[in-house]
Design a protein. Structure first.
Length: 200
């Protein structure tokens, strides 16, 4: 698929069939995440991939609102939880070529461990579209994070940034409403050329 078409088609898909994914497709979705950029080439991320029905069933209680509002999300054959590893960045930037030996989090203008893991998540979303599939990124509420960690053995220094479902779109996926088109911001609304407020 042409890249411009991948971008045009990308949307959050919440309705899936239970058709399985081939192992090769699953591996492409996961391996393409590793091509995301990362500060200092730290690659401070990890991914919990849930492909077995029993493992996915263990996951959904930790996002109860999502499961209740759109139960067809539970049909997705792949769930991935991207995990950000802050300490990897603090350690990487304490190395001689960076020199932040104090490992101070205050040196970071933004939490790049979250940014980079988010970029990796986007690579998975785009790969899904390129494979002719649907995908959705969604949050995990703070009150469910610690029970989730305990259930899946996630180390304390890895932070889940959300979840991703990947699967075959249901044929009756609801179309975008007119309200979505009305809300979509255009280039002229968000791009400032040369100086804030200059949009020509």
């Amino acid at each position: 698929m042409e890249f411009s078409e991948v971008i045009r088609r990308r949307r959050m898909v919440r309705h899936y069939t239970d058709q399985p994914l081939s192992p090769e497709v699953v591996e492409r979705v996961l391996s393409h995440a590793l091509r995301a950029p990362s500060a200092g080439f730290t690659q401070g991320w990890a991914f919990l991939a849930l492909t077995e029905p029993a493992d996915r069933a263990r996951f959904w209680p930790f996002v109860p609102t999502r499961a209740e509002q759109t139960p067809t999300m539970l049909d997705a054959p792949l769930v991935v939880v991207p995990l950000a590893h802050k300490n990897a960045y603090l350690e990487r930037y304490a190395e001689p070529d960076k020199g932040w030996e104090d490992r101070a989090e205050a040196r970071w203008p933004a939490p790049y461990w979250h940014i980079d893991t988010g970029m990796a998540a986007l690579m998975m979303l785009l790969t899904a579209v390129d494979e002719g599939l649907g995908a959705c990124f969604f949050g995990i509420a703070p009150e469910h994070l610690e029970p989730f960690r305990a259930e899946f053995g996630i180390p304390g220094d890895y932070a889940p940034i959300g979840g991703i479902t990947v699967g075959h779109r249901s044929p009756d996926v609801p179309p975008h409403t007119a309200r979505v088109a009305e809300r979509r911001r255009g280039v002229a609304d968000v791009v400032h050329r040369g100086h804030w407020g200059s949009r020509g």
